[in-house]
Design a binder for this molecule. Structure first.
Ligand code: ZN
Length: 469
């Protein structure tokens, strides 16, 4: 074993797949963990970072992030997003293929994206490709160039460069993905159900959150997931359902898992935190105010944040393993696109910005429901690393893995001050909210990149490619 160039040690280290943290020393050489030993085993002369009472966990892997560069860098960008990630303890992120121009639906577009990212990555970053109508022959080349899998939409995506697919497109694409071994990540809402629900909702006041909710019913998610399960089963392909918000869909996912289909599913911090019908401690001056306030379009996303009862069933779905993990779906836009001046939920861009707050948001709610930090590490680190095929390098503190670490205090609380977030635009539904879990330091491949509010190492993140993972 090579002599470590750094040891990170503490009283609470969450190594490998441990349920509870224990005192340990993490030995690091050239950015890789070479051993996890008892706390006192440190060769004399080694440089030591003392985490003290803070928890030391694997760096978070966030597989659902919209960065929008090139083309819409005024919405978010590689520099701002990856700095926000570092501040939030996220050391690996996988970027979504849409909202950039061009969208990542051809190998050429992928190369443009890599060029735009060059020199701007503060954490390790990989990329998803896209399945859109007519790009069947681009899937193989994208996979060869190193994307980790493919995203598609079953409903309009919100941007014209990224068309949504129908049943015929899926029946053609999934056998191709099956042959490659690539997962399909699906935004699962049925367009017909959304259309008819939207017609009903259009007659309701646009400033009311309840109107938005009427336009995106659970049924649309349930139906779309059923269709995807049928097609993926026939094609024997891998299927991942992104941002599950309908708790009714959990039965469908659970049943599909028992058939042997390689299906996984994620949910997001906002579905686990907020509720459409619950007193919102921040939303109104009036403490009896129920639900998401009128015009609070920072809460708009699709599928939508639903009722408290639905939220609790999502938590139960995480608890029993039906939902595999949690990803942020960080998707910001310029504040004017949120239409705060009219507060019209139908006109506003849908997307919630929370990359930097995922750890604290999820931990605050998880702890309140009795879940351990060990479960948290499964949901935020190991589960997403598995989806991307990154488990040999990322997602756990273990010999041979990259020394990506987040050192944080699970007992410390803070109030979210939007202006202090590092994302490009500060609008977020978490503003003013009290959360638990403060990041002390973030290490990327053995290098301290963030500590107590300061960025330390510059943009030292790598592009991750599937073939090298
Ligand atoms: Zn998304």
């Amino acid at each position: 074993m090579s002599a470590p160039d750094l040891i990170v040690r503490g009283k609470r280290v969450l190594a490998a797949d441990a349920v509870e943290p224990t005192p340990a020393a993490i030995h690091i050489h050239h950015g890789v963990v070479t051993a996890v030993t008892p706390f006192d085993e440190a060769p004399s002369g080694a440089s030591i970072y003392e985490a003290g009472d803070d928890l030391v966990m694997a760096g978070i892997v966030d597989t659902h992030v919209h960065i929008n560069e090139p083309g819409r860098a005024d919405w978010e960008g590689f520099t701002t997003a990856t700095r926000a990630a570092a501040a939030g303890g996220v050391t690996t992120l996988i970027e979504m293929p849409l909202n950039s121009i061009p969208a990542t639906t051809t190998a050429e577009a992928f190369r443009e994206k890599l060029a735009a990212a060059a020199g701007k990555l503060w954490v390790d970053t990989g990329f998803w490709g896209g399945v859109v109508p007519g790009n069947l022959h681009d899937l193989g080349p994208l996979w060869q160039e190193g994307v980790f899998g493919f995203k598609c939409f079953l409903v309009p995506s919100g941007v014209e460069e990224f068309g949504h697919v129908g049943e015929d497109d899926l029946r053609a694409a999934l056998p191709v993905l099956a042959q490659l071994g690539a997962p399909l990540l699906a935004h699962s809402e049925d367009p017909k159900i959304i259309d008819s629900a939207s017609t009903v909702a259009a007659k309701l006041p646009g400033k009311k959150y309840s109107s938005w909710l009427v336009s995106r019913p659970c049924e649309a998610e349930n139906k779309a997931i059923e269709l995807l399960v049928r097609i993926a089963t026939a094609a024997k392909s891998r299927l991942h359902i992104v941002h599950v918000s309908s708790a009714e869909a959990l039965d469908i996912v659970r049943a599909a898992k028992t058939t042997g289909l390689a299906i996984t599913a994620e949910t997001c911090p906002h579905y686990l935190t907020f509720a459409a019908d619950e007193t919102n401690s921040l939303g109104s001056e009036d403490p009896s105010y129920i639900g998401i306030p009128d015009g609070a379009t920072e809460f708009k996303c699709a599928p939508p944040i639903r009722e408290a009862e639905n939220r609790e069933r999502l938590w139960a779905g995480l608890g029993d393993g039906t939902l595999d993990f949690i990803a942020s779906d960080h998707s910001p836009c310029p504040p004017e696109l949120k239409r705060k001046e009219t507060g019209d939920f139908f006109a506003a861009w849908g997307g919630i910005a929370s990359l930097e707050l995922g750890l604290a948001a999820v931990w605050t709610s998880a702890r309140a429901r009795g879940y351990s930090v060990g479960r948290l590490a499964e949901w935020l680190c190991r589960g997403p690393a598995r989806l991307a095929g990154l488990s040999r390098r990322k997602g756990a503190i273990a010999e041979g893995r990259d020394a990506d670490l987040v050192v944080w205090n699970p007992e410390a609380g803070f109030r979210v001050e939007a202006e202090r977030l590092h994302q490009r635009h500060k609008l977020t539904p978490y503003a003013g909210r009290d959360l638990l879990g403060v990041v002390t330091a973030t290490f990327l491949r053995g290098r301290k990149i963030f500590e107590r509010g300061e960025f330390l190492a510059g943009p030292t993140g790598n592009v991750l490619k599937r073939s090298e993972a």
